[in-house]
Design a protein around this ligand. Structure first.
Ligand code: TYM
Length: 334
């Protein structure tokens, strides 16, 4: 369909403020892939309502996320950037795939366990079948590659299992996708508790650096980052706080962790934390500037939303029609 080009799909939830973890683990790796792949990046708003949302806030955040995609360097002429809710095929395929997914498989998902513990008053069926919707997102576009952070690995594995199961029954319907994880930054941890991932939904705002944090806030959070009393900058599991700061610095400067260790050999934590803060600020600054410009151009963003939803709908309908035919739904009369 795309002149031999492979297809790439990924998405982010418009829930909460995007963190440096989202950026370093995913978004940053998405830029510059469009020459090699036909790229689809969705704002996955259907996924967002598995947790109760304020409607006006969700709408605002979804638009803001789409602008962040562009501000981070994704050219909307070359990448299909769209809202999941504007393409009905996601929900339609998810229903079909629900019927090819076992309760036992979904029960094993760690994200379901974590989220249901966190939202014990709202353990809805959508939260349980969340990974099936994610599988539908990916399989709908026949994606070869899915760039994500490590926390999504289990969801990618279940996607592959569902696709293989379906193909075993109906023939080669779905491309089996591969996960793509960055070398550094695939799991950025909280600055306040380096045993937990940096998360949009962390209650302690000092644990996460948000993409829209101003330079002073970034520096303050870096300076306050939890470390240890070893007083040496080494890249090892016994020093999780320092390990995480090395990951952040390394991802922001494109230096390897080994180069970072050498650079800060014999230096103090204070100096290192300042350098980390500066590196983060210099990565966020151009993104924030571009975002501020985009905010002023409502017509341009609206046009992107419309054109890209049409493209995504057209591409995804090919797979959907094929799947509907395979499972035995009556063909449409033209
Ligand atoms: P979400 O919105 O939680 O996160 C978006 C992306 O950011 C990555 N990420 C991180 N990477 C490194 N360190 C962290 N601390 C960190 N936190 C988040 C995530 O791995 C992800 O790549 N279920 C998905 C959204 C989704 C999706 C899809 C992704 C829905 N359908 C299809 C890929 C393909 C999610 O909630 O990501």
């Amino acid at each position: 369909m795309f002149e031999g080009k492979k297809v790439l799909f990924s998405g982010m939830q418009a829930t909460g403020n995007l963190t440096l973890g989202n950026y370093l683990g995913a978004l940053r790796n998405w830029v510059n892939l469009c020459d090699e792949y036909e790229c689809f990046y969705s704002v996955v708003d259907l996924h967002s309502i598995t947790i109760r949302q304020d409607p006006a806030t969700l709408r605002k955040r979804a638009r803001s996320l789409l602008m962040i995609y562009i501000a981070a360097g994704l050219d909307p002429e070359k990448n299909c950037l769209y809202y999941q809710s504007h393409v009905s095929g996601h929900a339609e395929l998810a229903w079909i795939l629900d019927c090819f997914t076992y309760m036992g498989e979904l029960n094993r998902m760690t994200q379901f366990k974590d989220k249901s513990a966190k939202h014990a008053d709202n353990i809805n069926a959508g939260l349980f079948t969340y990974p099936v919707l994610m599988a539908a997102d990916i399989l709908l576009y026949q994606a070869d590659v899915v760039p994500v952070g490590i926390d999504q690995k289990q969801h990618l594995e279940i996607t592959r299992d569902i696709a293989q199961r379906f193909n075993a029954i109906y023939g080669d319907v779905f491309t089996i996708p591969e996960g793509y994880y960055g070398k550094v930054g695939a799991k950025i941890m909280s600055l306040q508790d380096p045993s937990k991932k940096m998360s949009k939904s962390d209650e302690n705002p000092n644990g996460s650096i948000y993409l829209m944090d101003d330079p002073d806030t970034v520096m303050r959070k870096c300076k306050r980052a939890v470390t240890d009393s070893e007083a040496q900058i080494l890249y090892r599991d016994e020093q999780p706080g320092i390990h995480n700061l090395i990951d952040i610095y390394s991802a922001c400067t494109s230096k390897t962790p080994e180069e970072v260790v050498k650079e800060f050999d014999g230096k103090g934590y204070g100096e290192f934390k300042m350098a980390v803060g500066e590196a983060v600020i210099s990565v966020l600054k151009p993104l924030q500037q571009r975002y501020a410009e985009l905010e002023k151009d409502k017509a341009y963003i609206d046009e992107i939303i419309k054109a890209n939803a049409e493209k995504a709908s057209y591409v995804s309908s090919k797979t959907l029609r094929k799947v509907q035919h395979k499972v035995g739904f009556p063909d449409r009369v033209r």
